[in-house]
Ligand binder design. Structure first.
Ligand code: ARG
Ligand code: ZN
Length: 410
């Protein structure tokens, strides 16, 4: 009876877009040339590469719609590219995730849990509660609104606002489907505010955290289309801009699309999106205090730093790399998988218009990182809710290293 009741809730709560028959393939290219062949068939809506299209020895995950699968597999076979199916029907995984979300125990009012992915209103309720409970430590600032009008709330955590200490700015969720990223930001917030053992991390540093940078997209992935990536702004043609191709530094030069239907659409102009404008202005208003910029994404276990528009190394490559190595060591020590470290272009792929490049190149925040969190066990964007807490705890140990570094350096 209870099962039927739940089932009917799931059916009623079903997403608008079905991934019935979509498969996730794992492809094992053995040469640069094979990767180049894959690049030719990249087509976000039919053949959606979830991993970076780069020859690295790592396998590449790709979601393929039903009507294109036989073409896709014959293409691979013809070119002798090894592959296997990792998820036979993606809709089943999406439904299962929805079920797990519904079954996860509710967190009590004003608290937050890490056994499910929270909706935007629950996240805001938590921030509001913290602001009410810790008025001396926490301040909320609405830094703008999303395209659909949702508030972009930054939580500022500071033991002495007047002191204008060096600050760390963190955002997450610029890409809608990367659910682990907002969860990570929330865990950092919870640890910094609610765990008194972490007070030392606040002594010399202020923290500014925007846990959901693209709330329209985030909500859309909960209600309509699980693997949506972009904002939800109406464009000439299709909906949405890739926020991480929309920042105004070497905008559109490489690795970004000028077609609005693509997942990596750069937007009609730099900073065409309300979400990227809001972050830009917030950072520019605190250019002198902010010493470290972190932007959380998923997935792939990468610690990336500029540049993403060129393969040239930044002048301070050794500092950026050294710090990332210490961060990684702390995460590994906590039981997490090791991260690959390097510049975005050299480790992942060239893509201009990213927030990390802009933070360093324009805002002058020399220490700027994109953190690609771990993949879920079954399909990268979907760590099962039971996997969340392990990942966020392990990654927090890396964030501690960042905090200590800023405290000591400035
Ligand atoms: N997966 C991220 C993206 O595609 C990586 C961004 C790295 N930074 C960069 N500036 N390309 O947006
Ligand atoms: Zn991303």
């Amino acid at each position: 009876m209870r099962f039927l009741a739940i089932l009917s809730i799931v059916v009623a709560a079903a997403y608008a877009k079905s991934y019935d028959g979509y498969k996730l393939y794992r492809v094992h290219p053995t040469s640069e040339g094979q990767v180049d062949l894959l690049k030719k068939i990249n087509d976000d809506r039919k053949i959606d590469f979830w991993s970076s299209l780069r020859f690295s020895g790592k396998p590449i995950d790709v979601m393929v719609e039903p009507a294109t699968q036989s073409l896709f597999t014959s293409f691979l076979n013809m070119n002798g590219i090894a592959h296997e199916i990792v998820i036979d029907n993606i809709e089943r995984i999406v439904k299962q995730e929805k079920m797990q979300q519904l079954l996860a125990p509710r967190s009590s009012r004003g608290s937050i849990s890490f056994n499910k992915f929270h909706r935007f209103d629950e996240i805001n309720a938590y921030l509001d509660t913290l602001a009410a409970q810790y008025p001396d430590l926490v301040q909320l600032e609405t830094i703008g609104n999303s395209y659909e009008g949702r508030e972009l709330k930054v939580i500022q955590i500071s033991t002495n606002r007047a002191a204008s200490k060096p600050a760390i700015f963190i955002d997450a969720g610029i890409h809608a489907r990367e659910w682990l990223a907002p969860a990570q930001a929330l865990y950092i917030i919870k640890e910094l505010v609610e765990n008194v053992e972490n007070r030392r991390l606040l002594e010399k540093v202020d923290w500014h955290i925007l846990p959901v940078m693209n709330p329209d997209g985030y909500e859309y992935t909960h209600t309509d289309e699980r693997f949506w990536r972009k904002t939800r702004s109406q464009q000439d043609g299709c909906v949405g801009t890739d926020g991480n191709r929309n920042f105004g530094y070497h905008w559109g030069e490489i690795g970004a699309s000028s077609w609005s239907c693509d997942d990596t659409f750069m937007g009609p102009s730099p900073f065409s999106e309300k979400e990227t404008i809001s972050v830009r202005d917030y950072i520019l208003n605190r250019q002198r205090e902010i010493k470290l910029y972190l932007t959380f994404h998923s997935y792939g276990n990468y610690l990336l730093y500029p540049w993403g528009f060129t393969s040239d190394l930044p002048y301070d490559d050794s500092e950026l790399r050294g710090l990332a190595e210490n961060v990684n060591a702390a995460i590994v020590e906590a039981g997490g998988d090791s991260y690959e470290i390097g510049t975005s272009t050299n480790v992942l792929y060239a893509a201009a218009g990213g927030s990390d490049d802009w933070a360093k190149g324009v805002a002058g925040i020399e220490l700027s990182y994109t953190i690609e969190l771990p993949a879920g066990r079954f399909g990268g964007f979907n760590p099962s809710p039971t996997e969340i807490s392990g990942h966020v705890q392990q990654t927090f140990e890396g964030v501690v290293v960042y905090g200590e570094y800023i405290a000591n350096k400035f």
